[in-house]
Design a protein around this ligand. Structure first.
Ligand code: MG
Length: 255
């Protein structure tokens, strides 16, 4: 179901989104060669709880028999890992790594969702370009996040921009509506045809999240049942914000 948020709900949701962005700022400060991904996770969890939030991804059901619920606050996916990587005390971040961190904060009964790919130390020119194009793809997409347009207009803009720049979008995972639930309707693919899908209305809150691969679009799931990697071993990047559809320009709530 697509939910239209009232003014009051939007105010509450903005607080969750503001905290989501603040957590990213904490991660940005802390991330450097030698830190483990579990240490980053603890920084995020402590900061969220200290500020009256709950890490929404922690305990998120896998929906797959035999696969445990997601055990951590952040998803951390390095280099050829695309999304849903699990923090670990055995994985240290290294110079030149691309570290994608996706996190959802629950506060006041609402969720804020944002992802960034952090460049650790000195990454190659091509890796840096991948991160920049992924971020830019989000902004190309939200140019179409206006009343009267359709979801497919956003999807198309993202997919076209990424393809034009020589990269692939992940097709199996997509953006989504967000509010009291982390995942609400509509689904927002990162590719598609313009003019398709539901019409955008003021009060819709959407998590738009290009997931971009340097090489072929194919992905694989690791044995942990969570981590998604690129099949060809090429690099991946992720950029996501929660936005609000208004009568005018969309508002980015997690920036
Ligand atoms: Mg997310």
């Amino acid at each position: 179901m697509v939910t239209i948020k009232s003014r009051r709900e939007i105010e509450l949701m903005k607080e969750a989104c503001k905290l989501t962005n603040a957590v990213h700022k904490e991660i940005e400060k802390a991330i450097k060669p030698g830190i483990t991904t579990l240490e980053l996770d603890k920084i995020a969890e402590n900061f969220i709880r200290k500020n009256g939030g709950i890490p929404a991804q922690k305990g998120y059901p896998s929906g797959i028999k035999g696969v445990p619920n997601f055990p951590a606050t952040i998803c951390v996916s390095i280099n050829d890992e695309v999304i849903h990587g699990i923090p670990s005390d055995k994985v240290k971040v290294k110079d030149g790594d691309l570290v994608s961190i996706d996190l959802v904060v629950y506060k006041n009964g609402y969720n804020g969702d944002a992802a960034r790919t952090y460049i650790v130390g000195n990454a190659s020119k091509s890796a840096t370009r991948l991160v920049e194009i992924t971020k830019q793809a989000f902004f190309e997409g939200i140019k179409y996040a206006k009343v009267g347009n359709r979801i497919g207009d956003i999807s198309h803009a993202i997919g076209e921009f990424v393809g034009k720049n020589g990269y692939s979008v992940v097709r199996e995972f997509q953006g989504h509506g967000i509010g009291q639930s982390m995942h609400e309707d509509p689904g927002i693919p990162n590719y598609g045809k313009p003019g398709r899908g539901i019409k955008l209305e003021p009060g819709m809150t959407l998590a738009i999240e290009p997931m971009v691969i340097e090489g072929k679009p194919d992905i694989l799931e690791l044995e942990d049942g969570w981590t998604i990697i690129t099949e060809d071993g090429s690099l991946a990047a992720h950029y996501e914000n929660t936005i609000l559809i208004t009568e005018k320009e969309p508002e980015i709530l997690t920036l």
